[in-house]
Design a protein around this ligand. Structure first.
Ligand code: ATP
Length: 452
């Protein structure tokens, strides 16, 4: 029986065991809710970024790339409203000394037993909420004085808005067009947790799409649909995705409309990605604060401040969703196996090359030369360490979709077996056809064999 829902603990432990993600600064006792990515974690993150970049830029004509600085002029954050308003309401419990987000009490556990939500046991003694700014402050230059204060960016979007004029002029664009950026963001979250879901340092992928105001609603709907389609394309189960539109009271100050694309994480339905219609708020505010006019002026003298539609997500939340959706345990024959049923283009390793007998010079020689050929264009791994069954299980756990095994028969007829991670089916191929087979296999549509 395949499993339907996996606990976050199982994901954390697999990530640790297989070197995807480690708790950061572990030899110093760890630093809460920060993580380091190991080899497979880095490969998977690179895939997530590459698939997003393809969908946003390479497959389209209307979006360009940008890589702006992490530390921007401090006035940027005054203009954006972050200095004043990027806050969460914080409450302290005088009894258990824990801190909570006042708007997330129902998702939090009080520090005493039997564990309840904060405020639900008579001993709980919560303070009034106070506003806590989530931006990390730093100092630019050697002198610690007020004028040198700066912030680590809490979102990549503002780096895009302040480059609007550069892109408009130099990339010769006119609305509708977009600017996309991938980069680190930092938020001093009050209650980080749930593994990578809420961390203080994360990598965002944001795209700001500038449109004529009258078309904003249409583009807002368009980007919600596009982003949902992207998740389905990369294998997330439809039943685990939903779009939740914010009510007016929930929206940010700048927003004309916001929808969360939610995934059914082990912690329940939660925001995977946000799609917002930010109106003309950002360009107007930066025009006001910088005195540089950020607007579109057409050949015919037409002039307006474009509205902005923004899909924004972090790689970390996508990675957790992919791992949760892909995680499976099943019994095959007498044996249990854990398998990550990842989309082949998201899996850290595309194929493993395995000589059946590590002591056979003939098998090792052929396996190594196949590996040398494939590694030039593919993420592949050579492994001759241990019994073949154990090697297959290692690859299953890191989600490798195919394994090519070089065996006795290869020595006589130059064919190899290819084993499919999901179906466990094996077929034989000529060794000279492996590269073409892998190229084709990666282009095929993939659907998870897990029940919906
Ligand atoms: P939340 O309500 O969960 O705090 P948010 O509404 O503040 O999130 P946005 O400001 O819309 O989040 O950020 C855009 C995206 O960045 C989110 O959809 C999420 O994918 C990601 N993100 C935001 N905060 C974090 C975090 N602390 N850790 C990991 N990813 C994050």
């Amino acid at each position: 029986m395949a499993i339907d829902t996996v606990s976050m603990d199982k994901i954390v432990s697999l990530c640790r065991r297989r070197g995807f993600v480690f708790p950061s600064s572990e030899i110093y006792g760890g630093l809460g809710s920060t993580f380091d990515f190991g080899h497979y974690g880095v490969l998977m993150k690179n895939n997530i970024k590459a698939r997003w970049f393809e969908a946003m830029i390479l497959e389209r004509d209307d979006i360009v790339a940008l890589d702006s600085a992490v530390i921007l002029h401090p006035r940027v954050w005054e203009a954006s409203g972050h200095v004043e308003g990027f806050t969460d309401p914080l409450v302290d419990c005088r009894t258990c000394k824990l801190r909570f987000r006042a708007d997330k009490l129902k998702d939090s556990q009080c520090g005493r037993k039997p564990s309840k939500h904060p405020g639900e046991i008579p001993d709980c003694d919560l303070t009034e909420p106070r506003q806590f700014n989530l931006m990390f402050e730093t100092t630019v230059g050697p002198v610690q004085e007020a004028g040198a204060r700066a912030y680590l960016r809490p979102e990549t979007a503002q780096g895009i808005f302040i480059n609007f004029k550069n892109v408009l002029q130099l990339a010769r664009r006119r609305p509708p067009f977009g600017i996309a950026q991938i980069g680190k963001s930092f938020r001093n979250e009050i209650t980080p947790g749930n593994f990578l879901f809420r961390v203080r340092e994360f990598e965002q992928m944001e795209m700001e799409f500038f449109v004529p105001p009258a078309d904003a609603e249409r583009w807002y709907r368009y980007w919600i649909d596009e982003r949902v389609a992207w998740y389905l394309r990369y294998g997330l189960r439809e039943s685990r995705l939903r779009v939740r539109e914010h009510g007016p009271e929930e929206r940010s100050h700048y927003s004309q409309g916001t929808s969360d694309i939610e995934y059914l994480y082990p912690i329940g339905w939660s925001e995977l990605e946000g799609v917002a219609n930010r109106g003309d708020y950002d360009l107007t505010r930066h025009t006001e604060f910088s005195t540089t006019r950020l607007e579109y002026v057409g050949q015919d003298g037409e002039r307006y401040v474009p509205y902005v539609i923004e899909p924004a997500v972090s790689i970390e939340r996508i990675m957790v969703a992919l791992l949760v959706d892909g995680y499976d345990e099943e019994v095959v024959g007498e044996r249990e196996r854990t398998v990550l049923r990842l989309h082949p283009k998201m899996a850290p390793v595309e194929a493993a090359i395995l000589p059946l007998i590590a002591k056979s010079e003939g098998m090792v020689g052929k396996a190594r030369s196949l590996y040398e050929e494939l590694r030039r264009r593919h993420s592949v791994e050579y492994d001759d360490n241990g019994a073949i069954g154990r090697r297959y299980r290692r690859q299953d756990e890191i989600g490798t979709p195919w394994a090519f095994t070089i065996d006795e028969q290869t020595l006589s007829d130059d064919t190899v077996t290819v084993r499919d991670r999901d179906s466990l089916a094996q077929e034989r191929l000529p060794i000279t056809g492996v590269r073409g087979w892998l190229d084709d296999a990666l282009e095929r549509d993939w659907k998870t064999p897990k029940a919906n």
